[in-house]
Ligand binder design. Structure first.
Ligand SMILES: Cc1cc2nc3c(=O)[nH]c(=O)nc-3n(C[C@H](O)[C@H](O)[C@H](O)COP(=O)(O)O)c2cc1C
Length: 301
């Protein structure tokens, strides 16, 4: 049973990773599960300078979901390199830095600074950040800009370059194709969906900025549908996520066309979900006579 998954010039030991922003920098979970059994840890977003993030409250529960507005709080690239990355580099699993920025120059500067770091598998480029040069519109909505930015980052690094897409667009396939044309090795989908909760007592949105990003089981059918669409539009691997709580959920993504998956909000409920999901995928493949996890998509009827 082959569990490994190829992403560009690298190979993940298995298809199950933990999603950016939901797993800290990894070491926070050391006592709760065997990190070496994960296929990948996608770190909290890394920006050039440290960011304090948004005011509290930053999260509110919704039916089968979670609405968050963290604001990319992170320690910045220098502290990431000095403090957060070194404890992770001894692990068997791939460490993938989630990169964010408010301008193309910032994305490029972060990847340039990280690229020589030992033990880093590659990058996941978070394109859901507000683009300050374009009036705060998220980067991930303009295909020309995505192709240009991906091409620029491609010229900086030979490591696996994964572009993470926002679902808050009219046609995610157009965006995925732009990332592929720019030289991306894989596509991650989906990031959170824009949502809002209003407190009828205070008559104000609960989150200080009004809206936030919706994740968890509530978004799973959206994630599966977008994975289906994207995987039929590009030739590069797709990494699917959104609301995975069980192996069955993950298998839906793999059958939809994903080569790998990530678990985010699920680990808030039970940190051992990624391991249970991995074991469940393995059992399914053995039961169904599928000899490689990368082939699950071929078994869709
Ligand atoms: C609290 C929180 C923080 C997040 N921070 C990031 C982030 O820094 N970068 C990023 O690309 N995605 C971030 N995400 C999105 C997740 O990585 C994931 O794409 C999304 O939550 C869908 O998966 P899930 O339903 O399994 O959580 C965050 C999600 C949550 C819930």
């Amino acid at each position: 049973m082959i569990l490994s998954v190829k992403i560009g010039s690298g190979t993940l030991n298995n298809p199950v990773g933990v999603a950016s922003g939901t797993f800290g920098y990894g070491s926070e979970y050391e006592q709760l599960l065997d990190l070496s059994r994960l296929g990948a840890i996608y770190t909290k977003a890394v920006t050039l300078e440290a960011r304090a993030g948004n005011e509290i409250p930053r999260m509110v529960e919704t039916p089968s979901g979670l609405l968050n507005s963290i604001g990319l709080a992170n320690v910045g690239v220098e502290r990431f390199l000095a403090e957060k990355l070194p404890p992770l580099t001894g692990l068997r699993c791939a460490i993938i830095a989630n990169v964010a920025g408010a301008s193309e120059d910032e994305y490029a500067a972060v990847v340039e600074r990280l690229d020589g770091a030992p033990g880093l598998f590659g990058y996941e480029i978070n394109l859901s950040c507000p683009n300050v040069r374009h009036g705060g519109l998220a980067f991930g909505t303009d295909p020309r800009q995505i192709e240009r930015l991906t091409g620029r980052l491609r010229a900086i690094t030979a490591k696996p370059l994964i572009v993470k897409l926002t679902p808050n667009v009219t046609d995610i396939a157009v965006i995925a194709k732009a990332a592929e044309a720019g030289g991306a090795d894989a596509i991650s989908c989906i990031n959170t969906l824009v949502g809002m909760v209003i407190d009828t007592g205070t008559r104000r949105p609960v989150l200080p900025l009004g809206s936030g990003g919706l994740s968890g089981p509530a978004v799973r059918p959206v994630g599966v549908a977008m994975t289906w669409k994207v995987s039929r539009s590009v030739a590069i691997p797709v990494i699917g996520m959104g609301g995975i709580m069980t192996a069955d959920d993950a298998l839906q993504y793999l059958l939809a066309g994903a080569s790998a998956v990530q678990i985010g909000t699920g680990t808030f409920v039970d940190p051992s979900i990624p391991i249970k999901v991995l074991e469940g995928i393995e059992e399914y493949c053995v039961r169904e006579g599928i000899d490689s996890v990368e082939k699950v998509k071929e078994f869709l009827k």
